[in-house]
Each structure stands twice: as C-alpha cells, then as structure tokens.
Design a protein around this ligand. Structure first.
Ligand SMILES: [Zn+2]
Ligand SMILES: [Zn+2]
Length: 196
C-alpha cells in the first residue's frame, strides 16, 4: 500500500498517481469550476498523460468538484487514503452517484436559457428562451468543453436520476433559494413550460 508521501510525490518517479493534498499556493484554478483553489485548502490532483507534450501533467480540482466531475479517479484516490478527511462520506456518495449514472459528471449547473436557439440533447426539442436548462460539459484532453444543454425536465430521461441539486448549487452558485425551488419542481416534471 503506497504511503501518502509517496503518492503526493508521484510526479518525481514518473508513476501515474493522483493525490489529495493541501494547496501550497492560491494560484491553481480548479478544472471543474474555473475558480482558484485557496491556499491551504485540500485539493485533488489528477495525473494525466499530457495531450500536448511528452510526459504527464497534473490538473487540480476542489474536492467537491472532483467528486462531481471526476468520480472514478477521485474514488480510487480516496480508497488509498488513510488520513481522516472531513466530509469523506458525502464526497464518496456524490462520486458514487456519478459512477452509477454515467452522464452525471457532465452536469454543469443550471440556468435559464438566454436564447431560444439551443436544442435539448435528450429530446432534441428546442429549449425556449427563459426555460430552465442544464448545461453539459464533456471531458477531453484534460479539460471540460461546453457540450450543449438539456431541458431541466429531461434530466430523468438523460441522466437516469434527478438528484442533481448539490451539483447545481456547486456550479451555479448565483441561484437564489427561490430559483432553486422552481428548478427542483421542473426536474420532477412539474414544469410550467411543457409546451415547447
Ligand atoms: Zn472547483
Ligand atoms: Zn428535452
């Protein structure tokens, strides 16, 4: 079983090994949400083949963002960790949700459609301007690329679950409690906007 020191220093000996460690500066941005990871905060480092050069690179995530968006490598790393971790159970169960429902890591918050042009990736219908939609992102070459939307009401069909509110709070932190309530109604199919 590798010690924590070894896995944190994995870069040195060329092994692929992810890590959970304290951020030594506040400069790295999280690949999951784009916000800088505070100095002294725990962060998840995922080791990847560098798609643009020989060798490997590390990409950094807040622990929550890692649990939501990189569940497989995050769970693997948690399993090898013996030190106590605050919130471990919650993080594990969010990550497991992303393994059980393979499209969940694509969920990137929620918003009202700013135009009436985008089509839903689930039902292929137009998403009306002002309707609640879930933006999706796909992981490729070490980053997330925007990849369209689904109707909030199509979450069950597309994701196979509607248990997305903790992800929405994380990736759309500007939503009010009222908006979140409205959104959860739509997720459960109590939409006012079923006509489009
Ligand atoms: Zn983040
Ligand atoms: Zn739809």
């Amino acid at each position: 079983m590798p010690s924590e020191e070894e896995s944190a220093e994995g870069a040195e000996d060329g092994r692929m090994s992810h890590s959970i460690e304290l951020a030594s500066s506040g400069r790295a941005k999280c690949r999951g949400c784009g916000v800088a990871i505070g100095k002294g905060e725990l962060r998840f480092g995922e080791r990847l083949e560098n798609p643009f050069a020989n060798g490997e690179m590390t990409v950094w995530f807040h622990l929550d963002c890692a649990a939501f968006k990189r569940p497989e490598s995050f769970l693997e790393t948690l399993a090898g960790r013996e030190e106590a971790l605050e919130d471990r159970e919650r993080l594990e169960s969010e990550a497991r949700l992303g393994l059980e429902h393979r499209r969940m890591p694509r969920v990137n918050g929620a918003e009202r459609a700013t135009s009436g042009r985008a089509k839903c990736r689930s039902c292929h219908g137009v998403i009306a301007k002002g309707a609640w939609r879930i933006p999706l992102v796909f992981w490729e070459e070490g980053r997330f690329a925007p990849s369209g939307f689904i109707h909030a009401g199509c979450a069950r069909a597309y994701l196979d679950t509607t248990d997305v509110m903790s992800r929405v709070r994380r990736f759309s932190p500007g939503l009010s409690e009222g908006e979140l309530e409205e959104l959860s109604g739509e997720l459960e199919g109590m939409a006012s906007d079923a006509s489009s």
